[in-house]
Design a protein around this ligand. Structure first.
Ligand SMILES: Cc1cc2nc3c(=O)[nH]c(=O)nc-3n(C[C@H](O)[C@H](O)[C@H](O)COP(=O)(O)O)c2cc1C
Length: 196
């Protein structure tokens, strides 16, 4: 039976983890991104659909391209981050069901139903992006999510000719703690949850 993680792990994942926007110079390598993904990919999705698609922006050229599509308040933190992930979701994810859910013809349930495809793609793509952020923290990295960008432009620049749509961006690196906002209040259990 699983046991609770030690407090130090819970702190690193949640309690003391912060959204960072100022970064140390320590790079994030291909093997780091692969290690994070290898944890995140194990998180559950509906019918194992896995609609998440990610583009990692690391080179100066790619960063300059990205810069043209992000809101001014997000520029400095993004340009100085070792890596920025563009989390997207694939509106053709159901075409992979024969591989990802071979036990049943799940693809047939989705073909010709674009609204259902989109609902599942957004839901599960967002879940997978969240798993990725928590996996990054688990491996000792810091992250900073961003929705302040022009989605159409990002799609045009990085997903042209595909069925992939951008969802949100996430800087990844080692935060230096220099530009932290004061911690904002979280809603208490009884403001958010009901037990029936
Ligand atoms: C999906 C997502 C989008 C966000 N978009 C932005 C953004 O565009 N600009 C920004 O400065 N912060 C953005 N944030 C950061 C949040 O404001 C921050 O995570 C939240 O206030 C909690 O901060 P904390 O983790 O330090 O407690 C975003 C966070 C997430 C998860």
């Amino acid at each position: 039976m699983a046991t609770a993680l030690p407090d130090s792990a819970l702190d690193q994942l949640f309690r003391t983890a912060r959204t960072h926007s100022s970064w140390s110079l320590e790079p994030v390598g291909d093997e780091d991104l692969m290690a994070i993904y290898d944890l995140a990919k194990m998180g559950p999705t509906s019918a194992n659909g896995q609609p998440l698609r990610v583009v990692f922006i690391r080179s100066p050229e790619a960063k300059e391209k990205l810069k043209t599509a992000i809101f001014p308040g997000n520029v400095d933190k993004t340009m100085s981050a070792p890596v920025t992930a563009i989390f997207g979701y694939d509106l053709e994810f159901h075409e992979l069901f024969p591989e990802t859910f071979p036990v049943y013809d799940m693809r047939a349930n989705f073909v010709g139903k674009p609204e259902m495809v989109a609902e599942h793609a957004v839901r599960n793509g967002s879940l997978q992006a969240a798993y990725f952020m928590i996996a990054a923290r688990a491996l000792g990295f810091d992250v900073g999510g961003m929705s302040g960008f022009n989605r159409e432009k990002i799609d045009e620049l990085f997903f042209a000719g595909t069925a992939i749509k951008s969802n949100f961006l996430c800087n990844i690196g080692h935060g230096d703690g220099k530009a932290l906002f004061p911690r904002l209040p979280r809603l208490a259990f009884d403001r958010t949850c009901r037990i029936l």
